[in-house]
Write a protein of this length. Sequence first.
Length: 242
Amino acid sequence: MRAGLRGAIGIVYPPSCIACQAATGEAQALCPACWGAIGFIERPYCERLGTPFSVDLGDGLISPAAMADPPVFARARAVCRFDGTARELVHRLKYGDRTDLALTMGRMMAQAGRELLPDAGLIVPVPLHRARLWTRRFNQAAALAQVVARQSGVALAPLALARIKRTRQQVGLTRAQRADNLQGAFKVPPSARPQIEGRRILLVDDVLTTGSTANAAARALLRAGASAVDVLTFARVVTDGS
């Protein structure tokens, strides 16, 4: 009966690509063209920042950027570069009320984070300030984290980290301005400390840009007793200097 119902729905509402709406073989999928347009990040890449190397020089290498300015977090991984189709998906999820996209994007993140998830004791999404949450109506990082947790079986703690400072939009700010903007922005509530203490935390967000947000959030988690913090995002900005 269920198979028949799905078939009937497929006839009336045929599955389409989540990016361009072209016909696909199944729901919540990308068509071949959009899949091919995503700049997936695969090895070789920096073990700390997860930024891709143009040449494979062996495992365990750290990029010059990570050596010059080591991040607060231990490791970062992302599905893809933040451009083209990936940028469009992030913007639709974040600003277009397309919460359904979190399912596909979260599944892809669980695959990209396969090195990190076995070590994770808890998944924590990067929170929004309550004022921004009220205007946006949902937290895209929490939606993605929920899917990653369900795919991996790692426990999710959506309220273990709070954003207590209403920061300016990060877009257009320099790296130094971003770090200053996020100073003291995050805090682990006292009630959540027992969840955090002694655990390796997987911090989830939609995009990693300069790492300022991830560093500020990781710093708050480490101060609350986390043993280490890794970062998993759907996309990340990649520059020549990364």
